[in-house]
Design a protein around this ligand. Sequence first.
Ligand code: ADP
Length: 247
Amino acid sequence: MTANVLEIEGLTKRFGDFVAVGGVDLAIRRGSIHALIGPNGAGKTTCFNLLTKFLTPTSGTIRFDGRDITRSGPASIARMGLVRSFQISAVFNAMTALENVMLALQRKRGESYDFWTRRSVLARNRGEAAEHLDSVGIAHLADLPAGALSYGHRRALEIATTLALDPAVILLDEPTAGMGAEDVGRITRLIHDAARGRTVVMVEHNLGIVSEICDDVTVLSRGQILARGDYASVAVDERVVEAYLGG
Ligand code: ADP
């Protein structure tokens, strides 16, 4: 096993003449919680979309567990254990919270899913799905349609469906964006717990969260890496302070 679960070299993305991400080298340590931060327009989302394969790099390589995944698609890397959470499509509103997690378990196991087998296959995964809901504190909402959940509870459900897939790496794009303080606290703890035995890479604006749970921080500015290290060291880096204040 390599010490770094993800190794990114020379990652570049151009949109026409504009270089959104310009030659980024990044190593994500196995088992770490790694934050990508930086001012608006720094290239964080583009970088994240390159990592999650929503965008194809102009040049550069991405290795996951030593395998070159630069040209792999999102579904293919998800099967390898690199899962992007908080996609709208990850939760089906008309299904209950419990059914959503059961469906994730079923996908993980590659079980077939059609009208005729739905009931029997789903029933098999019920107990395990209930445990995942319990682990994110929403066991009491199991039978509500996902569409009826509050924003914070929905995010908790998304974490439960992600955990059901048992990924090696969880990729999170602004996991607490748009949340009130109480939900922010709850989701931060969930991410911290979800990271046990896994790696988490997240784009995060809330520096309080970054300082609380992230082991490694990469600061991007104008498509390049400005600084890297633990939060305490990058937070006092003059270039970082300047980029944020000037941002
Ligand atoms: P951040 O997430 O750090 O705010 P982004 O990755 O969204 O930054 O954007 C970085 C830069 O790339 C911005 O200047 C943005 O306008 C530009 N950009 C992002 N996506 C596109 C696109 N599809 N076409 C053209 N320019 C883009």
